[in-house]
Ligand binder design. Structure first.
Ligand code: DGL
Length: 281
């Protein structure tokens, strides 16, 4: 019988049973995890939150590349069959480079988000971390798919720390959200992309500030769909019952357990891992 021990190894004869690695700096990637639960209920998941080093959105590309390589290397040791960067900052700054370095497919959130955005609107706003906004990754991806739309990107440096501190319903969060959205409302956007996986957690606040006709795009929905397609294409979609999700964080495991409970609806078992200790080959 198949056991759910975290020390299981996955038989090369049954690659479909291997887990999918999902990572973010913190709780933001849980928005992607929730979509995977909905759309791919048979997949076993290893979730990584690099909480000791968040926020990623104010880091340099060199730092992000190093962190992402360490996490992916660790995931390789856990024998993942695929990895999802449930983090826009990593997808913007590291995906194209690290994709060549690992022997499993790696998906990012930006292309699925950009594809969904152009299907919705013509005047597209993107809210993102400073690093993602500065990289221009969304503008480039959107204009490559459809050149006749307009794109405005706004950097929102305060959102991730506020979300990680669980200050979502704090009046200050509403004030700062107003400031970030104001220039996009002025431009009369018809579509707003959550350019950071943390931001769907702010959706009640953001929705209350935006004109009703503005469509919200959550790339998490679309990366889960892309993951499903990729698994089908590769013939590695799991049809067996999944293992319980394994959570590994680089910071305080207790804190992650507490803050993720409200987003997951269950209390996760969280282990602490030092990804920087991963030996790079
Ligand atoms: N949730 C991540 C993103 O989508 C990282 C946020 C951060 O750590 O700054 O960009």
């Amino acid at each position: 019988m198949y056991s759910s021990s975290i020390f299981d190894t996955f038989s090369p004869q049954e690659p479909q049973r291997a887990p999918i690695g999902v990572f973010d700096s913190g709780v933001g990637g849980l928005t992607v995890l929730r979509q995977i639960y909905q759309q791919l209920p048979n997949e076993s998941i290893i979730y990584v939150g690099d909480t000791a080093r968040l926020p990623y959105g104010i880091r340099s590309q060199t730092e992000i590349l190093q962190f992402v390589r360490e996490i992916l290397h660790w995931m390789q040791q856990q024998q993942v069959k695929m990895a999802i960067m449930a983090c826009n900052t990593s997808s913007a700054l590291a995906l194209d480079i690290v994709r060549q370095e690992f022997n499993f497919p790696i998906l990012g959130v930006i292309l699925p988000g950009a594809r969904a955005a152009v299907q919705q609107g013509q005047r597209i706003g993107v809210i993102a971390t400073p690093a993602t906004a500065q990289s221009n990754a969304y503008r480039q991806a959107i204009l490559e798919i459809q050149s006749n739309v307009q794109v405005w990107q706004v950097s929102c440096p305060e959102f991730v720390p506020l979300i990680e501190q669980n200050r979502i319903h704090d009046p200050y969060t509403m004030e700062i959200a107003k400031t970030y959205l104001e220039p996009l409302i002025q431009k009369e956007i018809d579509t707003l992309v959550y350019g950071c996986t943390h931001y769907p957690l702010l959706s009640p606040i953001l929705r209350s500030l935006l004109p009703q006709q503005v469509q919200l795009i959550d790339p998490a929905v679309h990366v889960a769909a892309a993951c499903s397609q990729e698994l089908d294409l590769l013939g590695i979609k799991n049809t067996h019952p999944p293992l319980p999700t394994r959570f590994a964080v680089s910071g305080c495991s207790q804190q992650f357990t507490q803050s993720s409970l409200q987003w997951l609806g269950y209390t996760p078992m969280v282990e602490q891992v030092c990804f920087a200790d991963t030996v790079l080959s």
